[in-house]
Design a protein. Sequence first.
Length: 287
Amino acid sequence: MTPSQDAPGTGVLTSRYQRSVAAYWNQEKNPVNLRLGEVDGTYHHHYGIGQADWSVLDGPESSREERVVRELHRLECAQADLLADHLGDLGPGHRVLDAGCGRGGGSFVAHQRYGCRVDGISISESQVAFANEQARQRGVAQEVRFHFRNMLDTGFPAGSMSAIWNNESTMYVELALLFAEHARLLRRGGRYVTITGCYNDAYGLPSRAVSEINAHYICHVHPRSTYFKELAAHRLVPVGVVDLTAAAIPYWELRGRSALTTGIEDAFLEAYKGGSFQYLLIAADRV
Ligand code: GPP
Ligand code: MG
């Protein structure tokens, strides 16, 4: 079936694949995202890192779920903070792009930290509307704006961005196309950061667990090698690489023992522990 020319998203969504991804995120209301976001009003769409406080499982049954929700949210906030740590020397005069912004959590973290102007983009109109409402409620709608745009063809001016990040969103696009657009948008000396799950070339091709992750999210996890090949091909020179694989495991162990499971927890644990999948932070300079 060919969508009609005036279907919603025409011009932003350029393939049937992108439409299917947008449809997933437009209807997504997982408690593991909404309940965690309600803890402090910062809604993330990525996973957590760091040691978990397992004592949250002890104590009164009636408040256990709330303690687990807070702890999972703390670990997700630690991940967002780590990404923000790598964004470089930013201030109120700078403009930055959150590519694949979800419900906006990471954009607010960066704005609070640096005072910079943030544009967040998503191909989910529901996410964009949600995030703009968050910006309004926080009183930062002038400085933090969310747009229904495609990260492969953003429409923002060349050289306009001092930093760009993808927090777990690169697996929805071809990296050659993504990094070409990032190289166009970043000013010389600007910073690119991604936190991503990638499959491990040293293990081989994608394991069953990695394939399950792809099927679950309708995504396409790339091999580690492709990141470095395509960064180098697009004037993005790595300045730091952090293997967060071990730091990612406690989050998934705790999430697997919570009431908020989505069914993908065992696949992540198997993929990380079996060595087929890695959770990496990569920071690069635009030269
Ligand atoms: C996080 O979003 C996950 C993705 C955007 C895609 C896959 C990421 C990999 C690293 C493979 P989420 O917080 O909405 O997911 P969930 O609903 O499972 O918490
Ligand atoms: Mg989540």
